[in-house]
Design a protein around this ligand. Sequence first.
Ligand code: ADP
Length: 403
Amino acid sequence: MEVKVGKRYRVGRRIGGGSFGEIYHGIDLISGEEIAIKLESSETRHPQLEYESRVYNFVSDGSMGIPNIRMFERGFGYSALVMDLLGPSLEDLFNYCHRSFSYKTIFMLAWQMIARVAYVHGKSFLHRDIKPENFLLGTGRRANIVNLIDFGLSKKYRDFNSHRHNPRKTHKSLVGTARYASVNTHFGIEQSRRDDLESLGYVLVYFAKGHLPWQGLRATTKKQKYDRILQRKLCITTDILCEGLPSQFVAYMGYVRSLQYDQRPDYVYLEQLFKNLSEQLNYTNDYLFDWSIYRYTKTLVAEERKKPIEPIIASRENPPLTEQKRKEREQERELERHFTMFRNIKALTLKKFPNSFHFYIPGDTHNPFTDEILAQTVKNENLVTIYPERYLLAIDQGIAKMR
Ligand code: ADP
């Protein structure tokens, strides 16, 4: 049976689920456009979809990076929010890139992420759940645009007209995601603009290092877990948190943590921190993210894998292999071939784009200077691979097609 929302939108397959709603792919039957539909059961204990749709009405005005809302409907047994269809989240892409992003990718993301947060704040709202899962890339022509989604926990922090800030309150329960929550949020202080930016700072460190020091702590209750996360956050100074990263990360964290409750953050200063460093490192904002480059690496690996490998002939082995053993051996060889190929083609890609792949070096405790980061370019250039020139050409053609 065909399920429709508002007579105009056909509900398709499920594409995601969050803590509050389920996301479905859909089609606009009039324009033929693909769209996304967020559904919430009427039986849910804490309904928030209607609230989210109202927040979207305030913050989404066709500006880049905030999805457009097509309609909200309260149906029989459910509520539905119809919006633009977006692409993968930054958490998905982080996994795709083996859980570490290069500095160039982080800086290109940081500008867009800071701009989105500043934009929402400009509309008098806080997001209150800044995390990689809530930043989604666009699709098609907008595939390089980072969108901010999920306004279910958002809150107005000042009067629309007078801009009078809400009073500072205490004893608030934690709203958002503990991993990225600011220290003041853990302490129960009413959130303000500084807290969204502190969370964003943790996200940037997470992207560079692959993890945060308060991840994976064991606890029996949620309260105990939150307490342990807070203890860690308090023990770790921003210098330690950002050790091994360029000093701009320390400056970012230091600045956001020093903001007063109702102070307007200097978003331009924060953007500029990373822009200046990018200039020093000769980066251009060309939207050539790590995942775009890896995508071609992976395509090449897939093509290579199609080539048959020499079969193992059981009778030549001594003692002869059973059918089962032969299959196992072949699978092992196939896996090994896959990893070797990936390593080699990746090395080739680094060689092709030596300047795009500068990373945090695990275990490094000092804040690297520009020339130390630039030294990674030379290392990338010197990578030797057994793969021939034709792969470099294929990467070139792939990238050219993408543009
Ligand atoms: P919740 O409020 O329940 O956490 P979200 O709004 O964060 O739900 O959506 C959950 C997931 O669904 C997202 O992480 C994302 O993967 C996917 N998703 C959400 N909105 C869209 C969209 N407009 N287009 C494509 N996928 C989406």
